[in-house]
Every structure is written in structure tokens, then in C-alpha cells.
Design a protein around this ligand. Sequence first.
Ligand code: NAD
Length: 284
Amino acid sequence: MTAKIIDGKNLSVQIKAEIASKITALDKAPCLAVILVGNDEASLVYDRNKQKAAQTVGMDCEFYHLEEQTKEQELLDLISRLNNDSHVNGIIVQLPLPKHLDTKKILEAVAPKKDVDGFNPVNAGRLQSKDSEAFVSATPRGVLFMLQSVCSDLSGKNVVIIGRSNIVGRPLASLLLNHDCTVTVTHSKTKNIQDFTKNADIVIAACGCPKMVKKEWIKDGAIVIDVGINRIDGKLCGDVDFEDVLSVAGYVTPVPGGVGPMTIAMLLENTYDAYLKQNGIVKK
Ligand code: NAD
């Protein structure tokens, strides 16, 4: 068997084209506010990509680039101002924040109705309790979209997630549970992870360990989603040994060109959804 590739780049182009066309029907453009504190290079690249993507679909994007030494109160004041600004529909605070800032406090300050990253505990709790009002973090939402693009019925599928972070593993587990999957979450303390993955219909790697998942870990025909973004000798790679699993998996996502572009597309979709909700428009 040679695995089929789930092309995240291509899917994201389609999603963005749909968002762009939906935006032309609105009275005004939705607006995303992006806050970056400091000069982390990877964060700068991510935020520029988000800005570009927002502009491509016809959204407004306000970029607030604050100094590394920004005081916590200053950041909280900015978030409060954006929370109360009716022009702004979505707010994201790029992580990681510099160490002197309390990440929990900052994420809790973003109004749940504008929390398009889904990192506020209100949205995390809503997701866990299967409340449709939840903003689902963009990466898990992108993973779900990719799965649904190749699997029409996720109900009863055995899913193994590698990683239990608040931004990927945990929300993904809730989201897939809400879609009737049987979910196992493995992590750095799990013994013999391959004993779990090799019986799974779907394996999702989100652990930040370059090429850790090998073909021996994968059941014939399984769907393998690679969330990881790592570098080996400057070259991007995922948590899955892509070339290795090609001969066993049914579907696999590449890195780059897989989950990454989907994350940005889903952030835009969340911002569009936020605009609809804030303007009392029912999504069709
Ligand atoms: P994190 O460091 O917060 O969490 C990593 C998780 O993996 C932890 O729960 C840990 O227990 C687990 N883990 C670590 N080593 C392990 C091992 N050897 N075996 C099993 N589990 C192990 O990371 P994160 O923020 O969740 O990100 C994970 C990866 O996904 C990173 O490579 C990150 O760059 C990438 N990522 C990609 C996107 C995207 O849009 N494609 C978005 C977010 C994160």
C-alpha cells in the first residue's frame, strides 16, 4: 500500500476561498487583532502569515507588536480595549509570552466571545462539555477538517493522540470524543506508545519529537495526522517519519503543507464565526 496524502495546503486554499466569498456578502469586513509581545522569530513568522492570510480573504487585521519588556498591566489594558472595541471580532495573543507575563492571566483576559484561539478556559470548558458555543482552537479544528475530508463517519473510530498539551492534545481529545471517536491520549510518561498506536484507526502525533512515529507503530490503512513542526539540520519535519509510514498508512499528512496551513485557515473561520455571532447572524 502507498498512503494517500492529505494536502493541507490545497484544502486550506479551498477554505480560504469560501471564507473570502462569504465575506463579500457581509456589510463590513470581520476584524482579527493579533498581539505579539517580544521578538521571537518563529512567532513573528506565524503572525505575518496570519496577517497575510486575513488580508487575502478580505478581513481586517490589526497587528499589535509590543516590546519584550511590556508590563503585564499594559498588555491587560490593550486586551480590555480590544474586548470593548466593536470593530474587533477576534483577538489572539501569540504564545509563548515572555516569562515575566502570566500566560494564564492573559488568556483569561480575552473575552470568550472574541477568543478565536479557543484558549480561554471558558471556551476550553465549553468544548469539553460539547457546547456548540465553544470556539475550538484552530489546530484541533484543522485536524478534524482533514479527518472528515477522508473519512465520512468518524463514529466509533479508535483514535490515539500523542501529546496532551492545552493547545493541541487535550482540545483534540475533547473534539474527537464529541464526534463519537474512542480516544486514547498518550504522552511523555506513557510506556510503549506503539502498543496503543498499532491498533488505532487514526494516529495523531503532536509531541514535538522529530520523526518519532515509525511504520511499525501504524496499522495497515490507518490515517496518520502529523501536527509536529520540528527542524533537523534546518529542514522542517514532523513527529512522523513520513517516508517510512507511506508503505503502511492509508492516509498521511505532510510537513510542511499539512496541518500548518489548516491552522491558519481555521483561525480565519473562527474569526468569521465570531463576526456572525457578534452581529446576531445565524450561520448557514
Ligand atoms: P508541548 O510541548 O506543549 O506538548 C508536547 C506534548 O507531547 C506533551 O503533552 C508531552 O507529554 C508530549 N510528549 C513529549 N515528548 C513525548 C514523547 N517522547 N512521547 C510521547 N509524548 C511526548 O507542544 P505542543 O504545543 O502541543 O506542540 C506539539 C507539536 O506540534 C510541536 O512540534 C509544535 O511545534 C507543533 N504544533 C504545530 C501546530 C500547527 O499548526 N501545525 C500548532 C501547534 C503546535
